[in-house]
Design a protein around this ligand. Structure first.
Ligand SMILES: O=C(O)C(=O)C[C@H](O)[C@H](O)COP(=O)(O)O
Length: 212
């Protein structure tokens, strides 16, 4: 992955994983994350609003780093990039999507949860992977065990991470950053409580500063 993006993800430390049902929530959400001190998001392609939400976030906050998550098909890579996404994240390891991104110089964090997945990513020349679902797939202990043979890899664990365990993950040198939805909870988006999102984001940043 290119060094600028790597450095950005490392310096943010936490990547908010966002599910947006309505495009009109995208700009205020981006502003809330920026206000909270985390100008970065992985916008999941779980909803129809994902593509337009990426555009709206980039328009509202041009300096924000916006990636696309839950990419399940090659066609969605183009949709996401055309909308302004700066990186691609997949929940599972998919060789076709990964190859496509590498061939087109599109930064990708492919999903992994086992040594088999990590080996497949390594074979294609990837050195940063998502580890999902992190807590359910063995957590930090599993990542440490995998990182022993795969010591060239860095990880973005996501799934079950929150204020209670984020510092443990971030203290380990092979963790580039963690992903999570705890500061962008569905109900706060539904209630359009963007002040709450900014506040919870600030708390995440404060915790981050205790370890990084
Ligand atoms: O949608 C995807 O592509 C995913 O990989 C799932 C998300 O990364 C997790 O749902 C975030 O996990 P939580 O922080 O536990 O909510």
């Amino acid at each position: 992955m290119n060094t600028t993006l790597l450095e950005q993800l490392k310096s943010f430390g936490v990547v908010p994983v966002v599910v947006l049902e309505h495009v009109q929530d995208a700009a205020p959400l981006a502003k809330a994350l920026e206000e909270g001190g985390l100008p970065v998001a992985e916008v999941t392609f779980r909803t129809k609003a994902a593509r337009e939400s990426i555009s709206a976030m980039k328009q509202a906050c041009p300096d924000m780093l916006v990636g696309a998550g839950t990419i399940l098909k090659v066609s969605q890579v183009d949709e996401a990039i055309n909308a302004g996404a700066q990186f691609i994240v997949t929940p599972a390891f998919d060789a076709e999507i990964t190859k496509y991104c590498l061939e087109h110089n599109i930064p990708i964090l492919p999903g992994t949860s086992t040594p088999t997945d990590v080996q497949a990513a390594y074979k294609l020349g990837v050195d940063v992977v998502k580890f999902f679902p992190a807590e359910q797939a063995g957590g930090l202990a599993m990542i440490k065990a995998i990182a022993a043979p795969y010591n060239m890899m860095t990880f973005m664990p996501t799934g079950g991470i929150g204020p209670k365990n984020m510092k443990d993950y971030l203290a380990y040198e092979k963790i580039l950053c963690v992903g999570g939805s705890w500061m962008v909870k569905k109900e706060w988006i539904e209630q359009r409580d963007f002040a709450k999102i900014a506040e919870e984001t600030k708390k995440a940043v404060a915790l981050l500063k205790e370890v990084r």
